[in-house]
Design a protein around this ligand. Sequence first.
Ligand code: FNR
Length: 377
Amino acid sequence: MSTRFQAVSIADYEEEALKVMGGDAIAFYNSGSDGEETLKENRFSSTRYRIRPRIMRGISHVDMTSSILGHSITFPVCVAPSAWHRFANLKGEVETAKGVTSAGVVMNLSSVATVRTEEVTSSFPDGLFFMQCYCLGNKRLQELMLREAKRQGFKAIVLSVDCSVISKRRKQFGPSMLERINSEMLPINYMQNEESSRRAEEEGPAAFLEYFMNMAHGATPVGLDFIRWIKDTSELPVITKGILTGKAAREAVEHGADAVWISNHGGRQLDFSPSTLDVLTEVVDALKGTNAEIYIDSGFRSGSDVFKALALGARAVFLGRPILWGLAVRGSDGVRDVLDIIKEELRLCMMLSGCPDINSITKNHVINESDYLAAKL
Ligand code: FNR
């Protein structure tokens, strides 16, 4: 860890994470799928949107508080599920949660959390945790996992619907990662409670991991009914993560989803899928007349990126890699700093745009570059 490190922007954390992390792991975190077209798109799509400020609104401070599924958050930026935090910090998800809960926002725990979820939830009894899950090939296992989530106090289930198979990734686990997985990491908490996964575990970490990969990404042929099943079984609100069209959003909500999460998985799944900002309006239109909340992620790196998403109709923005960079560089302090940097940028953006609170950020504050240029002709 670099003690003198001081960041002005998220880009500083990205640069520093490249220096402090092992080559294999940072390449795994930062890479995307296939030709990485969507990953590149995520970097630039926000620049196509311009902010239209209001002037002289008599504002001396802004209120950034918001809520998500009825839970209060200090500002509408939360933490997406990402696997393998122990590659960034030895304490893994416990360290991440320390930073996130101190910031007063939601933390998603990945199905592939590298410490026991109970260790995380019980360390921060006031924390707001959502549990991410895949559509597993073993329903008994899925049931166990959902019941465990409820018991441990998770507030919602995030069902990742864009991962029935793992894409062709530019960079999968490199040799140093595999060595560590084999020697010390036993992820995938809930699996130890079930007979067949216990047998796989007894064969060793590699067999266990393979078992999980088949279970979670072995093309389980689930249909939309699965959303209702997850909701009924878990007795928790369900968020479908990985929505990229208005139709998919509508279908998910009609089948019981309480919220939809627009995501291209940070450019790690279907390459050439669109930027999430570009599909936000379509999803907002498709969900008019429902109470479903809309969240978004993939490529958000600054307060003005967040402002644009809120203006176009997202209730909250989630961060993936920036949190891992913060964790790698300065542990929980880095995680907190990443969130604080974005929060301060959002505050400034709101002040400069004449928005005293989150609800006053409207679609009139943002315009796509192409419409803007056309409007001036
Ligand atoms: C992810 N993501 C992810 N999503 C999920 O539903 N379950 C998971 O276990 C993971 N694991 C994971 C690992 C790593 C290393 C990354 C980078 C991402 C996707 C994540 O939740 C989110 O959708 C993206 O990371 C958002 O994009 P940005 O913010 O990373 O650009």
